[in-house]
Design a protein around this ligand. Structure first.
Ligand SMILES: C[S@@+](CC[C@H](N)C(=O)[O-])C[C@H]1O[C@@H](n2cnc3c(N)ncnc32)[C@H](O)[C@@H]1O
Length: 218
C-alpha cells in the first residue's frame, strides 16, 4: 500500500507538476493567497512535509521539504528547496528543531495522520505551529474527489478525506490547539475562473481550508 502510493507519485510526477500551470493555475493561486494569511504568525524555521514538487514551499518561503517520492523531490530541489527523502510518520530530525511544519494537501495521503502529527509535535519547539492545507471531506470539492476516488482516480484512490471535526480531534489528541482557520475556493469544481480572496474562519462550502494550530504541550 505504502510502496504503491509512492510509486504513483514517482510515476506521475511530471503530470502532477504540470497541473499547476494548466487547470490548476487559479486554484493554486487562490490556495497560496489563503496560506499567506497565516505566514506572519509562524515561527521559523519552516519545513513542508509532503513537499511534492515544491510549488507551495517556493511560493510560501519554506526552504526545507520532505517527501517519500524521489521524483517529486528532484523538482522541489530544482525550485530551491533543501529536500529529505522520508515519510511523515518517521522523520529524520532531532526533537524541537522546527518552528512551523506545513502539510499542504498531504495529511489525506499519509498512511497515519495521527503518527504524522505526533512526529510533527516531536519536531516542533515550544510554541511551534502546524499549518494544514486541507480539502475537507464535507466540502463540494471533497465530495467530488471522494467520487473520483471510488472510480479509481490515479491520485485520489490513495487519499483519505477527513472532515473538520476529525482533523480537530486528531490535533487535540496530540496536543495542538486550533488558532486560526482560513477558507477559500468557494467556486465550484470545474468552474474556477478567478483568484479568490480568502475568508476568515471555517466554512463547509470552502474547497480549501487552512488550519493553523499551535503546540500546547512542552
Ligand atoms: C497531493 S500531493 C501534495 C504535494 C504538495 N504539498 C503540493 O501541494 O503540491 C501529496 C504528497 O504527499 C506525499 N506523501 C505520500 N505519502 C506520504 C507520507 N507517508 N509522508 C509524507 N508525505 C507523503 C506524496 O509523495 C505527495 O508529494
Amino acid at each position: 500500500m505504502v510502496e504503491s502510493k509512492i510509486r504513483v507519485f514517482d510515476f506521475l510526477a511530471s503530470d502532477y507538476d504540470a497541473w499547476f500551470e494548466k487547470e490548476g493555475r487559479l486554484i493554486f493561486a487562490s490556495e497560496v493567497e489563503a496560506l499567506r494569511q497565516a505566514l506572519p504568525l509562524l515561527p521559523k524555521p519552516w519545513i513542508e512535509v509532503g513537499v511534492g514538487s515544491g510549488r507551495f514551499a517556493q511560493a510560501l518561503g519554506a526552504d526545507i521539504g520532505l517527501d517519500p517520492s524521489s521524483k517529486l523531490l528532484e523538482m522541489a530541489r530544482y525550485r530551491g528547496v533543501s529536500v529529505f527523502l522520508a515519510r511523515g510518520e518517521e522523520m529524520p530530525f532531532k526533537d524541537g528543531v522546527f518552528g512551523t511544519i506545513f502539510f499542504v494537501v498531504t495529511l489525506c495521503f499519509v498512511d497515519s495522520p495521527r503518527r504524522t502529527l505526533g512526529e510533527a509535535a516531536r519536531l516542533l519547539r515550544t510554541g511551534g505551529k502546524v499549518v494544514l492545507g486541507m480539502v475537507l471531506r464535507e466540502s463540494p470539492w471533497g465530495q467530488l474527489y471522494r467520487g473520483e476516488k471510488q472510480r479509481g482516480h490515479r491520485f485520489y484512490s490513495h487519499a483519505m478525506f477527513y472532515d473538520y471535526d476529525e482533523v480537530g480531534m486528531f490535533l487535540g489528541q496530540i496536543g495542538f490547539s486550533i488558532e486560526k482557520v482560513i477558507s477559500t475556493l468557494f467556486q465550484s469544481p470545474g468552474g474556477v475562473n478567478h483568484i479568490e480572496p480568502p475568508r476568515q474562519g471555517f466554512s463547509a462550502d470552502a474547497g480549501f481550508t487552512v488550519i493553523l494550530a499551535g503546540k500546547t504541550t512542552g
